[in-house]
Each structure stands twice: as C-alpha cells, then as structure tokens.
Design a binder for this molecule. Structure first.
Ligand code: SF4
Ligand code: SF4
Length: 338
C-alpha cells in the first residue's frame, strides 16, 4: 500500500502517459464527462458513474476480425497499451465476468488480444454514484476485490493506493508515491470500506426475484407487461458490462476482397434468436425480456459469476437508460409485486 498526495495525481497521469495510452475521466465543454485520452486541462474526478462501461475496450461495438486483400487472408488481432484510470468496481467485476465467459470453453482470441495489454486502475466508490447503484447487493462493489492492477481510495487530500498485479506494483514504485505504515493504512481502508458499503442501498427484492425465477413462480403477466412496453432499442444490453452478444457480417470491399466484422447484438432483437428455418424459440418480446433477465439472475454460469452473486453487477445502467423503464431494478420490483 502506498500514499499519493491529491495534488500530484495529474502529474502522475502525465508521467504514465509517456508509457501508456492513458484514458481517464474528462470534462467536455457540454458538461458531460467521458473517458478520453488523458488531458490535464479537462481531467476531473467529479465523474460519478460513467454512462458506458469500458467493455468496448475488449469487445468493440464493431471490429474487423479478418480481411481478405490481394489474395492474402489476414486475421486482425488488435492489441492495446491502454491504461483505464478511474474504473468503477462494478465495471471491473463486469469485465471479469464477460472475460470469463469469452474464455470459458474456447478462448476468444480477439477478446484476449485486447484484454492482455490493458491496465485497469480502479477508483473505489465512497458511496453510490446515483440512485440506481446496487453493487453491494450483488457483491461487485463499492471497491474491487480482484481483477485490477491498481486501486485508489480517495481520502480527501490524499489517496491510498493498492497494487494487485506486478505491473501495478511497478507503476507505484516511482517517487510520487510515499510509504505508509501498514497498520495505519489497514485502519483507514477498513473505515473507508465500511462507510462506503453502508452508504449504498441494498435491494432485497433482487434475491427474492432470483428465488422466484428459480422456483418458476413468476407469472407470465410480468413479462407480457414489459414485452408490451419495450421499444426494442437494445440500449439495456449495450450499456450492460456483462452483455457480450455479437453478430458476424461479411462485406465485400471489391471483387475478390472483403472483411469479416463482428458487432454488438442483443438478445432483445427478434433476429438474434431466429433460426435459419424461420422458427424463433423466443418469438415474442415478452419471451426475449424473460430470457434476458433469466440470463442475468438465474442461468449465468457459476464459473462466470466469480465472487459475485449473479450475472448482473448492479451498475444500474439499464435502469438509468431504458427509455421505458425496464431496467433490472424495475423488473425485480415487478416480480416482488407479482
Ligand atoms: S443488468 Fe443492468 S444493472 Fe445489471 S449489470 Fe447489466 S446494465 Fe448493470
Ligand atoms: S432499453 Fe428498454 S426499451 Fe430498449 S430494448 Fe432494453 S428493455 Fe427494451
């Protein structure tokens, strides 16, 4: 454990930028904060929960996976020397779960090639980032237990900095980071963790919903209701850190040449589950919504869930962004009321 004065953080990030492509929270002219290449003038720590998880660093919205050009076949394995500074713990758990899925039976080489080079630096949450956070209920936050290189604990004038990986230890070996007595650091971190965890509301209805899904007692009326409301935009899947559905398309760029591209898809789209015969095993929006929430709360493989409770990491983004209010929080509430 090391300590860093708050005033030194921009210099540290600038220093790291010499070796890594550092992405950090950046305040734009519009007032929006997005993760962008580090710039000392726009860097901010007032960023709450980023509107998107960083899953596109590993599974881009659209990526070329091979190309055929001048008679040559070339597989595209893009690596990355990026550092993601300021990740939230729920998103680290989301990445761990998505990564576990993408490497469970057969390792996805395109995912792996990106994941290997990325440095993950977490900013532990001192409380909820907004009213939809429920990381404590599902065991994904407010601080990361594993899967990061460095984790910062914001104590006001200073940060305590914890390294989990060898690469993380090397990053904090320079002169900006001071030593701190282990017992003193332990006490401060414990106080931070207890305070932060208490500040985040528990959602007991989620565990109840998991039980109800397990014993099959959820009425189809719940899904019919949501199925009628859903406008099939796919937003809930695209903002979700654990959603990894994709589709693959081939494009001819000119005669004899072309690309294979994979892009995000969503189980909420009818075409995603439609079979070549035309039969669709989940032929209604109600069934597709049921499947999505079963995937998050019931079926997710235990080897993918890791230390979490289920396939949802409690980031709350589906509740933040669904235009017709069909996030996990709304669904577990409806199941509880069913
Ligand atoms: S299901 Fe919703 S709350 Fe859960 S991880 Fe996905 S976006 Fe976040
Ligand atoms: S964000 Fe809402 S409206 Fe859009 S697909 Fe998901 S549940 Fe349906």
């Amino acid at each position: 454990m090391k300590v860093l004065a708050r005033k030194d953080l921009p210099d540290v990030l600038k220093n790291w930028s010499d070796s890594y492509d550092v992405f950090a929270p950046s305040m734009k002219e519009t007032g929006d904060v997005i993760f962008d290449r580090f710039d000392a003038d726009t860097f901010t720590l007032e960023y709450g929960k980023p509107s998107l998880p960083q899953k596109s660093e590993f599974l881009p919205q659209s990526e070329v996976i091979f190309e055929l050009k001048k008679g040559e076949y070339r597989e595209v394995m893009a690596g990355s020397g990026k550092m993601l500074f300021g990740m939230r713990a729920c998103d680290v758990m989301g990445m761990r779960q998505a990564g576990s899925f993408m490497k469970r039976d057969v390792t996805d080489p395109y995912y792996k090639s990106k994941e290997e080079g990325i440095l993950k630096v977490v900013m532990a949450c001192s409380g909820p980032q907004n009213e939809t956070c429920f990381c404590t209920t599902v065991g994904s936050g407010p601080f990361a237990e594993a899967g990061f290189d460095l984790q910062f604990y914001d104590l006001g004038d200073e940060f305590l900095v914890e390294a989990e990986s060898e690469r993380g230890k090397q990053l904090i070996a320079d002169g900006f980071f001071g030593e701190i007595d282990a017992a003193e650091a332990g006490t401060k971190i414990e106080e931070f963790k207890v305070h932060a965890s208490k500040a985040i509301k528990e959602v007991p209805a989620l565990k109840e919903a998991m039980e109800r899904l397990r014993d099959g007692s959820v009425s189809e009326k719940v899904w019919d209701y949501f199925g009628r409301k859903c406008i099939v935009c796919g937003g809930c899947a695209f903002v979700c850190p654990t959603c990894t559905c994709f589709t693959v398309s081939d494009f001819q760029t000119q005669p004899g040449e072309g690309l294979r591209v994979r892009s995000w898809d969503a189980c909420l789209f009818g075409g995603f589950t439609r079979e070549a015969s035309g039969h669709n095993p989940r032929g209604t929006q109600a069934l597709r919504l049921k499947r999505r929430h079963e995937h998050k709360l019931l079926y997710y493989n235990e080897t993918d869930v890791l230390e979490g409770l289920c396939g949802c990491v409690g980031c709350g983004r589906c509740s933040d962004y669904c235009p017709v209010h069909i996030g996990t929080l709304e669904v577990v509430k409806a199941i509880a009321e069913d």
